[in-house]
Design a protein around this ligand. Structure first.
Ligand SMILES: [Zn+2]
Length: 317
């Protein structure tokens, strides 16, 4: 009888592999290096090996494992099970990964974008339990999102829906964005934007705790978040400003989609209420009243397990 699924979360550095039961509980997990520099074949062989280990160490097989799901950081052809392109893992271009894995293990395999997998995880077993309409946002190097409407993941015509980070915030220009356009939301409010702001404060002569905390003078969003949590006034100011920008971007999304919940995850969200409170205040101020009053802004609950748990659910999504 089928009682488990396998979730695989591929990142630029590591691959997480987990055996997940039907209640979203992780029974077994393992992490192996992605080895992006060795090309996709070495990477895929590593993952195959790790799945074999998972099976031999847990004693489970195709008899008890219903499906394998992969969350990947980039463009995925969900219908065909093909990895189209992963910006941070060069060489993984047009890889028929679902077929490769199915041929090896005879277990149905699905692939999708990692942020979308995180949204599925939070929807079923985390902060979004019981929701019909939610947006799960990850604020890290960029800003990504997984959107659930009427209980279903929104994928779009070419499986590329959810690029909240590229909502235009500026009519005439603004900072250059990774997508090639200018004035996108994530160019103002993401990890790199926090670092830029933090450096500007220091060069403007302000004393800030993150400056002392930075090893070798390297300021990271994590350090600024830690300084904010320790009460550093400049760091708190930076997160207030970030929250205001994120809240402004989200006001348009809330007006458009009328979600009941926005779930915020990713490294920058570690700042907790220092970031969430200004987002909430800005939404109340700037979204239309009916939509703005209906939406709750909450932190993600599954942390770094959302990806594997969500990937394990792809077969039914
Ligand atoms: Zn952009």
């Amino acid at each position: 009888m089928k009682k488990y699924r396998i979730g695989v979360d591929i990142g630029g550095t590591n691959v997480k592999i987990a055996l997940v039961d039907f209640d979203g509980k992780i029974i077994y997990s393992n992490t192996v290096p992605t080895r992006a520099e060795m090309g996709y074949e070495a990477g895929v062989n590593n993952i195959k090996q790790a799945i074999k280990e998972l099976m031999s160490e847990t004693g489970e097989s195709a008899k008890t494992i219903e499906a394998i799901g992969f969350g990947l950081p980039g463009q995925i052809d969900y219908k065909e099970g093909i990895v189209k392109n992963l910006p941070n893992i060069p060489g993984w271009v047009n890889i028929p990964l679902a077929k490769i894995i199915e041929d090896e293990f005879s277990i149905p395999t699905r692939l999708d974008n990692d942020v979308r997998c995180a949204a599925l995880g939070e929807l079923n077993f985390g902060a979004g339990k019981g929701c019909e309409n939610l947006i799960c946002i990850t604020v890290g190097t960029g800003i990504g999102s997984g959107i659930v409407l009427n209980g279903k993941l929104v994928r779009g015509a070419t499986n590329a829906a959810g690029e909240i980070g590229h909502i235009k915030m500026d009519m005439t220009g603004g900072p250059l964005c990774g997508c090639g356009d200018y004035g996108c939301f994530e160019a103002y409010a993401s990890g790199p934007a926090i670092v830029t702001m933090a450096k500007e404060y220091i060069s403007g002569g302000k004393s800030a705790k993150y400056k002392e905390m930075a090893t070798d003078g390297i300021i990271t969003p994590y350090i600024v978040a830690q300084a904010a949590l320790q009460g550093d006034a400049v760091s708190i100011q930076i997160f207030k400003q970030m929250g205001k920008i994120i809240g402004t971007g989200l006001a348009s999304v809330v007006n458009l989609l009328n979600p009941e919940k926005i779930i915020i995850g990713g490294g920058v969200a570690d700042a907790g209420s220092i970031l969430l409170d200004p987002i909430k205040a800005t939404l109340l101020d700037r979204a239309m009243p009916i939509q703005g009053n209906a939406v709750q802004v909450v932190p993600a609950q599954l942390a770094n397990t959302a990806g594997v748990i969500g990937a394990s659910l792809l077969i039914n999504s």
